[in-house]
Design a protein around this ligand. Sequence first.
Ligand SMILES: [Zn+2]
Length: 322
Amino acid sequence: MRSAEDVLFSRGGLDRAAHLRSDRAALAELAARADARALPCWRGKALVVPGGNMRLGWLGLDHPVFAEHGGERVFLGLEEGAARFAIDISTWDDPAADREALGRFADMSLNRHPLIGGDLAFAELRANMAVLDAGAAGVAAAARGILGWHASHRFCARCGAATGAAEAGWRRICPDCGAHHFPRTDPAVMMLVTHGERVLLGRAPGWPEGMYSLLAGFVEPGESIEATIRRETMEEAGIAIGRIRYLASQPWPFPSSLMIGCAAEALGREIRRNPDELEAARWATREQVLEGLAGHDPELKPARPGSIARFLLEAWVADRLA
Ligand SMILES: [Zn+2]
């Protein structure tokens, strides 16, 4: 679809300059320059300037917060020739943190570090999708994804020894068995299943009251995107699928997914819902989805703004899938 790259988190804004990852001397030189900056990330949250059109809180590499808590450092790329890094400061413990909220999709709490002045605060990306600047969102997604990978892959999956970061943070190497480990991206499908002028919506157990979204599922080993769509739609709703076509994708680093959005034509409308997967499933007309998008229907609250499910639903009601 023409607007595919308008999906939130999909615009990087940085030149990843991957050729520099193995060039230690060049990177050290770039890092020593006055225009080098780093984005601190804390337990999955990125430093931002709170408010509308939310931007990232870049700091100089010599900022005291990095000397105090600096963990894994990753070279994100170049912005107009200046180096940009992401640095994990998760060893900091915020005594004022809302423990209940941390790690949740809708964590609206902000965490302010005493060494970082001004209005800058750590914010959950998913909770702020509606206000994130598009370029900032893409960079923050990369930072969150790669730092999250380091945090959860400290040991060699082959032999169990502690591994170390290499290639400016884009690889981990095991000193014992020599295995090279690369950052993970797990493909998942997001299905815009339609039958005539209706779209298939479902809600999973535990979702906010009235919230409905498109069906989704992870690609399994040995499965194509198409096979995943056919299996998931059958497993969750008992619906057989005919023609499938790719629409758009969304990096979803929570922790490491890539959502692949596809249009899928249902061969029938009879739903056989799997109660383990879905609490409810229904067909909705364009008018019903429009009412829901406008916030007029408490029984049909479409997926959150910023998500690819919402993006595809909005495109479908506006007839903009081409
Ligand atoms: Zn090993």
